[in-house]
Design a protein around this ligand. Structure first.
Ligand code: ATP
Ligand code: MG
Length: 556
C-alpha cells in the first residue's frame, strides 16, 4: 500500500493542515540531520523516509545537513557513507547539502547578540560543577556565581574564548534562562564549550564549539526549514529550541517529534554498532549481519523493500518493537517480483543417471521469473552427473518425505523424472553417490505423471563452484539492548560459510550486488568479495514457503 492510500500519519496531517492554511507561504522544507560519527542504520532509514518523503509528497524540498558540531568523533568517511546510503535509499537533497559547521560564524554572532541582550553569560564553573548546580527533576538548580557577570565582561571573555586564550573546560557560554525551570534543559544550558581540537571541515579555525541545542534550531532557521522532524528524545528540548529562536527573534520552524524505530534481534545505538566493528565481532560496518544500510545493501536488501518497510511501520509517538521478520517479509515480497531465478546446490550430493548417455548434454528451458514473463527464459545444461542437495535424498525416508529415496520417483526441475535405483557409500557408510534412471518421456516437466516431489539440480560438468554465506540474527535475544551485558547475546552462529557449493553456469558472471532467487533455497546476492574464479553469494533471506508452493504445484 502506498502512503497516499493510507490515512496520513499525524505528521503528514499537520503538514497538510498547515499547507492548506498557508502557514508557511506554500513551502514545505524538511531536513535530515545526521551526526557524521557512524554509518546509517535502519532506524535512520525511518527518519530519512519521513523527512525526504514528506518533502517529496508536498512538493517541497528535503535538505541534508550534517550536524558536525562535535569535532572529536566525526570523520569524512562517515560523511561519505551517509551520502551514499541516502542516495541508495532513493532520496536526493539536490543542491541542499549543508553542514552545521557552515554556520559557526553566524552562530557565534548570534551568541554575542544574546550576551548583549543579557541572555547569555560566560561561566567559570567546570562541566562537573555545572552538572552539580543543575539540580534534579525534583530539586531546582542553583545559580552559578558567574551568572550576573556584566555584559561587557561576558563580551570580552567570550571573544577571548574564541581567540584561544583558555584551556579546554576552563569556561563555557551559557544561556541565562531559569535555574528553577521544571524542564532541566532550560536551567541555563551550555551553548559553547572550549575544545582545542581539529574539525574535519573547519580545521583549527575554532576552539569553541556549539552544543547541539544551540546549533540545531538556528541551523533550521537559516535554512528556512518549515518542519523540523526529530525523535521523541528531543521533546523535552523543544522549549529550548523555541526559546533560542524567540530570544533571537528570527525565523521559527516547527519541531515535531515522533517515536524511534526499535527492531528485534539487533542493536541500533551507534556506540554499540561501533563497538561491534572495532572489537571485530563483525567484519565491518557493511557486514551483512549489521542493521546498517551498507550492511543491508551488501546482504542484498533492495532499497525499495526498506522504503516499503518504513511505510508499513508508520509514524507515531509511541515506541514499539518491530520484528525483524517484517523487514524480511518486505524483502521477500520485493525480490519475488524482481529477482531472476537460478539453481544452486548448497550441500552437494552426486546423482548419476545410469541410462543417460555419457558425454551427452541437453539444454533445458527454465523460466527466469514465473512472476514476470517479460524476464524470459534461459537454457540450463543437463547431463549424466548432477549435484542435488544432500537433504533431497534419504536412504530411509521418514513418513511424508516426497523427495528422492530408493525406489521412489522425483521430478528434476525443468528436466526429467528420475527414479533412485541404488547408492554408493564410502568406507564410513555414508552415501556419496545416488544412482538413478531417468524417463526420457518426461522431459521439461510437462509429462502428465504424478510425482510428489520436485528438486533442483546442477550439472556436475557445467557447475561453477561458489562460496555461499548464510546469515542468521546477529543477536539471539529479542531486545539485546535491554541487557547490561548486551554482547553476551551475540549469536555465535550468525554466519555460516559454505565453501563447496555449486551454481548453474548462468550465474557464473553475475556482478556484485546482483540478486537471485536460488530455487527452493532463498534469495541471494553476489558479494563484493567475488573475484575471478571465486564466486561469493550472500543469502539475503530464506524462502520460507518454498516447499509448500512447489509441492502444491506438483500434486495439482
Ligand atoms: P547518537 O545521537 O546517539 O549518535 P543517533 O542514532 O541519534 O545517535 P544521529 O546522527 O543523531 O544519530 O541521528 C540522525 C537522525 O536520525 C536524528 O534526527 C534522529 O532522531 C534520527 N534517528 C536516530 N535513530 C533513530 C531511530 N531508531 N528511529 C528513527 N529515527 C532515528
Ligand atoms: Mg542523535
Amino acid at each position: 500500500m502506498s502512503t497516499s492510500e493510507k490515512t496520513p500519519d499525524f505528521i503528514r496531517a499537520i503538514v497538510a493542515e498547515e499547507t492548506a492554511s498557508n502557514k508557511w507561504g506554500g513551502r514545505v522544507v524538511t531536513r535530515y540531520p545526521p551526526e557524521p560519527n557512524g554509518y546509517l542504520h535502519i532506524g535512520h532509514a525511518k527518519a530519512i523516509c519521513l523527512d525526504f518523503g514528506v518533502a517529496q509528497e508536498f512538493g517541497g524540498q528535503g535538505h541534508l545537513r550534517f550536524d558536525d558540531t562535535n569535532p572529536t568523533k566525526e570523520e569524512t568517511e562517515f560523511v561519505e557513507s551517509i551520502k551514499a546510503d541516502i542516495r541508495w535509499l532513493g532520496f536526493d537533497w539536490g543542491e541542499h547539502l549543508y553542514y552545521a559547521s557552515d554556520y559557526f560564524e553566524q552562530l557565534y554572532l548570534w551568541a554575542v547578540e544574546l550576551i548583549r541582550k543579557g541572555k547569555a553569560y560566560v561561566d567559570d564553573l567546570s562541566m562537573d560543577e555545572i552538572r552539580e548546580h543543575r539540580g534534579t527533576l525534583t530539586a531546582p538548580g542553583r545559580d552559578s556565581p558567574w551568572r550576573d557577570r556584566p555584559v561587557i565582561d561576558n563580551l570580552d571573555l567570550f571573544a577571548r574564548m574564541r581567540a584561544g586564550e583558555f584551556p579546554d573546560g576552563a569556561k563555557t557560554l551559557r544561556a541565562k534562562i531559569d535555574m528553577a525551570a521544571g524542564n532541566v534543559n532550560l536551567r541555563d544550558p551550555v551553548m559553547y564549550r572550549i575544545r582545542h581540537a581539529s574539525h574535519h571541515r573547519t580545521g583549527d579555525a575554532w576552539c569553541i564549539y556549539p552544543l547541539y541545542d544551540w546549533a540545531h534550531g538556528q541551523s533550521d532557521s537559516i535554512e528556512r526549514i518549515t518542519h523540523s522532524l526529530c525523535t521523541m528524545e528531543y521533546e523535552d528540548h523543544r522549549p529550548l529550541y523555541d526559546w533560542y529562536l524567540d530570544a533571537l527573534g528570527i525565523y521559527h520552524p516547527r519541531q515535531i517529534e515522533f517515536a524511534r524505530l526499535n527492531v528485534s534481534h539487533t542493536v541500533l545505538s551507534k556506540r554499540k554498532l561501533l563497538q561491534l566493528v572495532s572489537e571485530k565481532i563483525v567484519a565491518g560496518w557493511d557486514d551483512p549481519r549489521m542493521p546498517t544500510l551498507s550492511g543491508m545493501r551488501r546482504r542484498g536488501y533492495p532499497p525499495e523493500a526498506i522504503r516499503d518497510f518504513c511505510d508499513r511501520i508508520g509514524v507515531g509517538k509511541t515506541q514499539n518493537l518491530i520484528e525483524l521478520a517484517l523487514l524480511e517479509h518486505c524483502v521477500r515480497e520485493d525480490l519475488n517480483k524482481r529477482a531472476p531465478r537460478g539453481m544452486a546446490v548448497l550441500h552437494p550430493l552426486k546423482v548419476v543417471i545410469e541410462n543417460f548417455p555419457e558425454g551427452k548434454v541437453e539444454e533445458m528451458e527454465a523460466v527466469n521469473n514465473p512472476e514476470d514473463a517479460t524476464m524470459g527464459a534461459r537454457k540450463v545444461p543437463f547431463a549424466r552427473e548432477l549435484w542435488i542437495e544432500q537433504d533431497d535424498f534419504r536412504e530411509d525416508p521418514p513418513p511424508k518425505y516426497f523427495r528422492l529415496s530408493p525406489g521412489v520417483e522425483v521430478r528434476l526441475r525443468y528436466a526429467y523424472i528420475i527414479k533412485c535405483t541404488g547408492v554408493v557409500k564410502n568406507e564410513r557408510g555414508e552415501v556419496v553417490e545416488v544412482h538413478c534412471t531417468y524417463d526420457p518421456a518426461t522431459r521439461g516437466g510437462t509429462a502428465d505423471r504424478k510425482v510428489k516431489g520436485t528438486i533442483h539440480w546442477v550439472s556436475v560438468q557445467h557447475a561453477r563452484s561458489a562460496e555461499v554465506r548464510l546469515y542468521d540474527h546477529l543477536f539471539l535475544t529479542l531486545k539485546p539492548d535491554e541487557s547490561e551485558d548486551w554482547k553476551a547475546s551475540v549469536n555465535p552462529n550468525s554466519l555460516e560459510r559454505l565453501m563447496n557449493c555449486y551454481v548453474e553456469p548462468a550465474l557464473a558472471n553475475a556482478a556484485p550486488g546482483e540478486r537471485f532467487q536460488f530455487e527452493r533455497t532463498g534469495y541471494f546476492c553476489v558479494d563484493p568479495d567475488t573475484a575471478p574464479g571465486h564466486l561469493v553469494f550472500n543469502r539475503t533471506v530464506s524462502l520460507r514457503d518454498a516447499w509448500a508452493r512447489l509441492e502444491k504445484a506438483e500434486t495439482r
